[in-house]
Design a protein around this ligand. Structure first.
Ligand SMILES: Nc1ncnc2c1ncn2[C@@H]1O[C@H](COP(=O)(O)OP(=O)(O)OP(=O)(O)O)[C@@H](O)[C@H]1O
Length: 365
């Protein structure tokens, strides 16, 4: 059942749309991420859900209750901020209980809940420390405990990990996800970090200039982007214009683009004869000895690329090369460092299901 319903939410600042008819739902215990570049409207949307911004139009429901015009205290949400927003003069326990004290919850109940939440977030023994005596990861746990102790219907996270260094960010990311799953916390999480979104979310909502560009499971967003914006924003992608024709077999297409001619399987039909297509660099498989016979008898999806740059990345080697009449640049990836000393021409096979159809090419573009 939907715990949170956001229905056609719109917010303008002057004549600028920070959110335009945004609709989505979050089920009980679901982890929903709002993902997009700086300025796309993630925080504005989160603040409207928390009651810190009033929408121009649209509705917000939490559980059975419409909360669109209620103040933050009157809706049962809790916010976890980027800067933790801990009170420097209060110790861990007092910081965590702050919301309960404001709500005038009985002291005995505060103590009971504090003990439980301290255990849940793994802060046993740290209760009397001041925020300045805690690491960044521990401060983030205090912020999470402070949100959890109020037993909110929805927890709102505003880039909670962006102040942590890369290594710590990864470990705290798993801690938050673990707690969220264990205690079935309905969570709306704002980030511009695509790997964080892919690793943590049940559902990702990709925002672009105040509108939803695509919404789906992390695998759908990564493997089946539906627009150039999403393909480009999430991971590395090659994006080119292509002419597409239906092949004789169901769900198969002939695709002609600068990289060559390909036989493609897709259960999503292209929206026009000329569309943008994309594929991930890891879907181009390097064939060291050139093309080999294809057992299935399908047209062979081989191509040659002139490799211009190689960068050793540890587990893989990434490269850039050119191909086609316009000598477009393509990204490739090798599992091992290729031996290209004789010639820079490398042969690749693009698997049949690796190409995705994006939006139609507009006339004149
Ligand atoms: N109070 C305000 N007055 C005017 N414009 C605002 C206000 N708050 C936000 N905006 C504008 O609305 C747009 C969306 O802002 P928002 O903070 O929601 O973006 P964001 O996606 O969270 O970005 P970031 O990742 O940089 O935090 C931005 O262009 C911003 O300048």
């Amino acid at each position: 059942m939907a715990k949170l319903v956001v229905d056609k939410l719109t917010k303008t600042f002057g004549d600028f749309y920070a959110a335009k008819e945004i609709s989505f739902t979050a089920n009980e215990g679901e982890f929903v991420t709002l993902l997009g570049p700086s300025g796309c409207g993630k925080t504005t949307l989160l603040k409207m859900i928390g009651g810190f911004h009033q929408p121009d139009s649209g509705r917000i429901k939490i559980g059975e209750k419409e909360v669109t015009h209620l103040t933050p205290e009157k809706r049962n949400t809790a916010m976890c901020f980027q800067s933790y927003a801990l009170f420097p003069h209060l110790n861990v326990s007092h910081n965590i209980c702050f919301g309960l004290k404001q709500r005038k919850i009985a002291l005995s109940e505060q103590k009971k809940r504090l003990e439980k939440v301290i255990q849940q977030v793994g802060l046993k023994g740290q209760e009397l420390k001041m925020p300045s005596q805690l690491s960044g990861g521990q401060q983030q746990r205090v912020a999470l405990a402070r949100a959890m102790i109020t037993q909110p219907d929805v927890i709102l996270f505003d880039e909670p990990l962006s102040n942590l260094d890369a290594k710590l960010r990864e470990s705290v990311r798993y801690e938050i996800k673990e707690l969220q799953k264990q205690y079935n916390l309905t969570s709306i999480y704002v980030t511009h970090d695509q790997s964080e979104a892919l690793a943590m979310s049940d559902k990702i909502i990709v925002l672009n200039a105040g509108s939803i560009e695509q919404m789906g499971k992390p695998e759908d967003i990564y493997f089946r982007p539906t627009s150039r914006f999403v393909a480009d924003f999430i991971g590395a992608a090659n994006i080119v214009k292509a002419k597409v024709k239906k092949a004789n077999s169901a769900n198969y297409y002939h695709v002609a683009c600068e990289l060559g001619n390909f036989y493609v399987y897709s259960d999503i039909s292209p929206r026009a004869e000329e569309v943008y297509v994309c594929w991930r660099p890891e879907n181009l498989h390097y064939i060291e000895d050139g093309p080999v016979a294809n057992i299935s008898g399908m047209p062979e999806n081989f191509c040659y690329i002139d490799i211009e740059k190689l960068a050793f990345m540890g587990s893989t080697t990434e490269g850039f090369g050119r191909c086609g009449e316009g000598l477009s640049s393509f990204r490739v990836q090798f599992q091992l460092k290729p031996n290209l000393s004789q010639s820079n021409k490398a042969c690749f096979r693009l698997t049949e299901n690796a190409i995705h159809f994006l939006e139609p090419v507009r006339q004149g573009s």
